[in-house]
Design a protein around this ligand. Structure first.
Ligand code: DMJ
Length: 643
């Protein structure tokens, strides 16, 4: 580790005296002219000799400088130095002053690599340049968002998703224009006014008839993306204050009315189930509910509805949404678990878990996320059981699922596909990368670590969870670094003690973890998922460590390089291990709803959507936390970059 320098890099660039080398001649003459000893010195022989020497030296200097004061027309490097010198000379008083002054010595020109690595040091120094730099990076994310939106608008407006290569739209989520609604609050946070107007007017004109007329939709996806997006848009556009942030555009109440209308259609999934566990699908036009083909619901899906239905109840004053959705969590509380961990399937018919497969990846992930987030949303009310369930589950994760890879000790979360008695699988979905952010949030409840420590609010367990969060975030980032594209695969395996060979890697042989991380051919794809940048955002806000921003920037650059489609939009990839990567022709809605939003917030003002005032749903839609002792400042855009 390099020691931090006693001066800022800004000083270096301005040739600060602390950095400049001083010549032997200068040291002697300066000493003679400035110290008290000079008077005594001239009295003695040595002193007289030195004075004479100095006069001769100065005369020599005057003569030699006369021939070299003309401006140079040499290379850029030399010009840069000369310009500095010229400036100083011009500041001097007249020709004699010019003769006395020597152009300052500049540090040698840096190679591009050195510039990059020095910039990294600059970011850590917390000065004004740093903020300018992050503002510029935040602006780049906004530009990426506009590029994604334009692709969608030009080729797929009204469809759920854009196929950016074939310039078409596709309805992968039931046909409610999911990209429009998932993207809307990101546009509001970024101040992307055109997008707000276009999305708002589509929602006002088209969405109501779609809600009444469309067919089968998934309860969970529709709740987190569509209802969540509408509710957040209602809040961010000033609905709760009775104002309208977008002035002449769509009125906030339109978003709330549509959210309510949609929830009224979705409620049937809860009310028609024989247990507290809702069915997985709803047919919108006849308001009927249906189980998935195998009859089972995913555990994460049934437990990731409550933030949205609770917030709708609080906005409308109608408790039925909250009551129905909270029955699920109350019921889950009563079921037997494995050290707080739960199987990934549950039956809406019996209300019991099905199978023994335990994981924090697909179908398991947001169960753990919502335990703590629903508790945070409702602090002050009697939901302590959720906090207890969360704490117990994280103990279970640490005991049963967290391991270290060989040879370099990356901390990862594996799976128990056959329950606690079966063998451990060192498989980690990219989806698990939500966990570092949730762990950090659960530890400090959204305030900074520094503040929580100062106020003595962290238990030993909180500190341990925070440490695990930091270790896991690094692992998630290494899942990106280990590939040739710098983008993570959908799933990674970790090399464990006793395994003979590390197996196929990600293609980046320079990665320190090339032997620790194994990527199987079936898992080479990347869907533009948000989980890692989501965790970087939470960890940056909570620990204030700038490395999380740096890591986020590297990931953003890789998205820009390999997933951006010139004609508009961004594309999922088939293979992150080869360059150039094969593209998949699909832009997921969460790229606009989550990935770009978290990156934008990661690089921006840390007071925007403060984590102790807002809770982000599983699709990154922020809802205000009301009640308790907290002072709510409401939503303020990050004004520093709005253009
Ligand atoms: C999002 O739709 C949500 O974050 C969900 O909870 C699971 N993952 C996808 C994005 O990867």
């Amino acid at each position: 580790m390099s020691k931090s320098l006693p001066y800022s890099m800004k000083d270096v660039h301005y040739d600060n005296a602390k950095f400049r080398q001083r010549s032997f001649f200068k040291v002697i003459t300066q000493n003679m002219l400035t110290s008290n000893r000079k008077r005594e010195c001239v009295k003695c022989t040595t002193g007289k000799f030195l004075t004479l020497l100095m006069i001769c030296g100065l005369a020599y200097l005057m003569l030699t400088r006369m021939s070299s004061i003309h401006p140079s027309t040499d290379s850029t490097a030399k010009n840069a130095g000369d310009q500095q010198g010229e400036k100083l000379i011009a500041d001097g008083s007249g020709r004699l002053g010019r003769l006395w002054r020597k152009p300052p010595r500049l540090p040698p020109l840096l190679t591009p690599d050195e510039i990059t690595s020095r910039n990294r040091t600059i970011h850590k120094s917390g000065n004004l340049n740093v903020e300018l730099d992050w503002n510029a990076r935040q602006q780049r994310v906004k530009e990426a968002f506009i590029h994604a939106w334009l692709g969608y608008k030009n080729y797929a407006m009204g469809y759920d998703e854009l196929m950016p290569l074939s310039h078409r739209g596709v309805d992968g989520l039931g046909g409610l224009g999911a990209t429009i609604i998932d993207a809307l609050d990101t546009a509001m946070i970024m101040g992307a006014d055109e997008v707000i107007n276009e999305a708002g007017s589509w929602i006002e004109k088209i969405l109501p008839e779609r809600i009444d007329g469309k067919g089968q939709v998934n309860l969970f996806e529709t709740t987190i993306r569509i209802m969540g997006g509408l509710l957040s848009a209602y809040h961010l556009s000033g609905g709760e204050q009775g104002s309208n942030a977008s002035q002449n555009g769509t009125k906030p109440v339109v978003y709330l009315e549509n959210a309510r209308k949609l929830a009224d259609h979705l409620l049937i999934a809860f009310t028609s189930s024989p247990s507290a566990i809702p069915f997985s699908d709803v047919v919108l036009h006849d308001r009927s509910a249906h189980p998935a083909p195998d009859g089972l619901s995913s555990t994460s899906e049934v437990s990731t509805l409550q933030l949205e239905f609770n917030y709708l109840s609080s906005l409308t004053g109608d408790p039925k949404y909250s009551l129905e959705s909270m029955k699920v969590l109350e019921h889950l509380k009563t079921l037997p678990k494995v050290e707080g961990l739960v199987p990934i399937y549950i039956s809406p018919h019996s209300g019991e878990f099905s199978g023994e497969n335990i994981r924090l990846g697909s179908r398991g992930d947001s169960y753990y996320e919502y335990l703590i987030k629903v508790w945070l949303q409702n602090q002050g009310s009697n939901l302590t059981y959720l906090h207890n369930m969360y704490e117990e589950s994280i103990k279970g994760v640490k005991h049963l699922l967290v391991r270290k890879s060989v040879p370099n000790g990356l901390v990862f979360v594996g799976e128990l596909p056959y329950g606690p008695q079966g063998s451990f699988s060192p498989k980690m979905d990219h989806l698990v990368c939500f966990l570092p952010g949730t762990l950090a949030l659960g530890a400090t409840k959204g305030i900074t670590k520094e503040k929580a420590m100062r106020e003595n609010l962290l238990s030993f367990e909180d500190l341990e969870n925070l440490k695990l969060a930091e270790d896991l975030a690094m692992t998630c980032v290494e899942m990106y670094s280990v590939t040739s594209t710098g983008l993570a695969p959908e799933i990674a395996y970790f090399n464990m003690e006793g395994e003979s060979d590390s197996g196929p890697g990600g293609g980046n042989k320079d990665s320190k973890y090339a032997k620790d991380i194994i990527i199987k051919p079936a898992d080479h794809h990347n869907l533009l998922r948000p989980e890692t940048v989501e965790s970087l955002f939470f960890l940056f806000r909570i620990t204030e460590d700038p490395k999380y921003r740096e890591w986020g920037w590297e990931i953003f650059e890789a998205f820009e390089k390999y997933t951006k489609v010139d004609s508009g939009g961004y594309s999922s990839l088939d293979d992150v291990t080869t360059v150039p990567p094969q593209r998949r022709d699909k832009m997921e809605t969460f790229f606009l709803g989550e990935t770009l939003k978290y990156l934008y917030l990661l690089f921006g003002d840390t007071n925007v959507l403060a984590l102790d005032e807002y809770v982000f749903n599983s699709e990154a839609h922020p809802f205000p936390i009301h009640g308790g002792s907290r002072k709510h400042r409401g939503f303020q855009q990050d004004k520093s970059i709005l253009s």
